[in-house]
Design a binder for this molecule. Sequence first.
Ligand SMILES: *[C@@H]1O[C@H](CO)[C@@H](O)[C@H](O)[C@H]1NC(C)=O
Ligand SMILES: *[C@@H]1O[C@H](CO)[C@@H](O)[C@H](O)[C@H]1NC(C)=O
Ligand SMILES: *[C@@H]1O[C@H](CO)[C@@H](O)[C@H](O)[C@H]1NC(C)=O
Length: 443
Amino acid sequence: MVYSDLSTMMERRWLWWCVVVVVGMVGGARGALDIEAWKGEEPLTPERIVREVVEYFSQRDPHGIPVLKVPESIELPDRVSASQITLWDLKISGHSGLRLEHVNVNLTSFSGKVKISLPVINLQGQYSWPGWFSTSQGATNVTMVGIEVTVDLYLGVNSDGILNLDDLKITLTYDDLILDFENLSTQHSVLVSTADVFFGTFIQPLIIGSAQEKLMDTVNQRLQKKMKDMPFPNSISPIDYAIAKVRREIRKQNLDPVKLGRKDDTLAWGISLQLKDIELEGLATIHRTHEISAQFIDNAVFITIQLGTQELQGGSDWSMSAALLPAVEGHLNILIESLEVTIDLKQPVNIRSPPTLRKIDIRLGNLAVRSTGEGSMDYLLEAFVNIVPNALRNVIMDNIEPRIQQIIQKRLNGLDLYRMVLDILAERRRQQRNKQRQVQRIP
Ligand SMILES: *[C@@H]1O[C@H](CO)[C@@H](O)[C@H](O)[C@H]1NC(C)=O
Ligand SMILES: *[C@@H]1O[C@H](CO)[C@@H](O)[C@H](O)[C@H]1NC(C)=O
Ligand SMILES: *[C@@H]1O[C@H](CO)[C@@H](O)[C@H](O)[C@H]1NC(C)=O
């Protein structure tokens, strides 16, 4: 669930970034672009977005703008002003090389970083540039090569408890800028001869200046609208608040203590072990130990989750039997001082592939075992677990981890996230339709 939410969230965000960045590149184009035509004939439903984004990231080298059918050359109907220069009849091309390089969402520091690259962007049109003695005017051809756009995001909770963007920073770098202005006056040709100066004076403020503020406003308006019914306390970080909700849910679902049923196992030398009424208490003490983050690299999302619990108490009735020996039985109690788990997951954005559990690391605090049952066996068990030095237990855990990893991976392999996401979206649509019907009936 969490993974699918995360990946759809990231996909949608990606789509949105692409549009924003391209429109941002176009530089303050005031909504006169015919974006409607880019959407194609089929309505742009969340299902279609998911389908096409998954398709997009299933390619070997995804580039260009997903979902939207953007013509190779975008014609801008508006006049655009960059400082003193006015441009019109503009055609922009090169967006088909757009590539999402990297996304880093850090839920610990509550920040994010998006990196997009574009091998080349070309702008052609007419310009007019008034000067001291004469106006330069004519055709222009601007080419920027090796572009990298980095967007840094810092989230926070405002005084009303609503999630908002505290800061947003766009950085644009390029390898080369080729400026070609026909019919330049001497005064202006000096400015154009130094590409860096030109970039700093005209292009940087045009793209970054307006896009930065516009993006922040848009995001904050959306958050305000979407999150107003879900306020966060501003005393703890939103991620810890979310985990606090998980704790409440664990208690509500009667998962603390959790009953794990029974387990039969055959040990070495034909000895069989039976555990009955296995019970574990303390899951509701779950909390974040270190970081929770997600990174998009190479068409996949890498997720790191570090969680822990305080004292856990496990109990079970046990019995042990072997072919030639009488059965022995008793009750076993295990006290674990603390538990810390680090999980590294990889989920391809092509969510038709299941997640991979790349690593699981389990750290146990001190253990104590108490067994009540038939004398000698209890003594042995207690002695065995209690004598093994606590440091060794983590070595033992390290040996068990691959098996746990296998078991979890087997479960993950059965996950069909794609189906789940489409089902959730269909369900949401159904609910919305019902709500609309009810609203219609009320008057
Ligand atoms: C996330 O932020 C925390 C705290 O600032 C930092 O320690 C951690 O390295 C960051 N993780 C990633 C993947 O950037
Ligand atoms: C070149 O600039 C002059 C002076 O502004 C203008 O009269 C002329 O039409 C321009 N030539 C072209 C080809 O645009
Ligand atoms: C525009 O400039 C680029 C890069 O210098 C060049 O390859 C292209 O041919 C030019 N286009 C026109 C129409 O002059």
